[in-house]
Design a protein around this ligand. Structure first.
Ligand code: UD1
Length: 339
């Protein structure tokens, strides 16, 4: 089946495009290259031996979205990654985030609901849970008020899909709530390429070890956790990519039990910032330069997934360990820096 992957040159989108192709699907990528390089296409092609169709396009252009769908009447489904994702920037530029993240979603759904049958997978985030009252976090945990416009676009995005599914029985949709994706393809052919100073922990660690950053700031060690640092559920990006393939195949096979479903995608294991640093040091044999600084505003203390729904309903679970993910992240950093 031909699957449209929006944002398919980005970090998660590129790994998902690879896994879709390896599973035998035909991939067409839309990306505006605002936060990704066209050369990622060569990386995807190198891993799979198949060049996906690529359309450079801004999904805020409603006319272009319509024209694309007219040219692709046989699309089997859409996996929608294309979105802005910097939390801090979203506070500075809320309208850019609402326009891009929600405008493009609406235009895609308008096209899909005009079809006889449509399957749609949405990139959501565990950020919708905020600081959950109980851990691990199940899909039934309440959605908490968003801490940022970025987080709000994920919450509202889910609501838009739910409301649309309610009145469009032909639309089959799944939201995947990702925990913290890290790592890179084991071939070190594709990986994360953050623009400027990385905001996320793992690229900051690998860039520090590569000599691009002086030291990692650990944001707070006075949290109520065993070592005082925050806890997250770090999932290897290839595991996360495979969850998209499984979810899409569920929709293609008509095995979904409702026309809108939500799944957590994590490992189920929480790791502290210090444990991530230790894992990096263990697998690379390198000492990481870091210092503890003040807490980062907006950080939750601990978040990790209850993965039973994905395991029981999708038949999917993460395979890679934190060490494997850190090793792959470092191999990728070394490759792109020529180390
Ligand atoms: C962050 C976003 C979240 C978004 C997710 C997408 C914030 C507050 N949250 O999640 O909304 O969905 O990315 O990937 O930005 N850390 C350090 N030093 C650093 C960087 C991070 O100590 O230089 C710590 C953080 O305090 C946190 C952990 O590492 O405890 C993970 O941070 P990060 O990678 O930014 O992920 P989240 O905060 O979980």
């Amino acid at each position: 089946m031909e699957i449209l992957v929006t944002g398919g040159l980005g970090f998660i989108g590129s790994h998902t495009s690879v896994e879709l192709q390896l599973a035998g699907h035909k991939v067409v990528i839309i990306d505006d290259c605002s936060n990704a390089s066209e050369s990622v296409l060569d990386g995807i092609t190198a891993v799979t031996g198949i060049q996906p169709e690529f359309v450079k396009m801004d999904l805020r252009d409603k006319g272009a979205v319509r024209a694309f769908f007219e040219k692709h009447p046989d699309l089997g489904g859409v996996i929608h990654f294309a979105a802005f994702k910097a939390v801090g920037e979203s506070v500075e530029k809320p309208l850019d985030y609402y326009e891009n993240n929600l405008g493009s979603l609406v235009y895609l759904l308008q096209e899909l609901t005009a079809r006889q049958k449509a399957r749609f997978i949405f990139s959501s985030s565990c950020t919708v849970y905020g600081q959950a009252d109980t851990l691990p976090i199940t899909e039934d945990a309440p959605v908490k008020p968003a801490e940022s416009p970025y987080g709000n676009t994920k919450q509202v995005g889910e609501e838009i899909i739910r409301d649309t599914c309610r009145v469009n029985p032909a639309l089959q949709a799944i939201s995947l709530r990702y925990f913290n994706p890290i790592g890179a393809h084991p071939s070190a052919t594709i990986g994360e390429l953050p623009l400027g100073v990385p905001q996320n922990l793992v690229p900051f660690i690998t860039q520090t070890a590569a000599g691009l950053r002086k030291e990692l700031s650990v944001f707070g060690d006075d949290y109520p956790t065993a070592d005082g640092t925050c806890i997250r559920d770090y999932i290897h990006v290839v595991d996360l990519a495979r969850a998209h393939v499984v979810a899409m195949e569920r929709l293609l096979a008509g095995k979904n039990s409702a026309n809108y479903e939500v799944f957590n995608v994590g490992t189920g294991t929480g790791s502290s910032v210090m444990e991530v640093i230790q894992s990096f040091e263990r697998v690379t044999g390198k000492a990481l330069n870091y210092k503890v600084v003040a807490r980062r505003p907006g950080d939750v203390v601990a978040a990790y997934a209850d993965t039973s729904k994905a395991r029981e309903v999708l038949g999917w679970q993460a395979q890679s360990t934190l060490d494997e993910a850190m090793r792959s992240a470092w191999a990728w950093e070394q490759k792109i820096r020529g180390l």
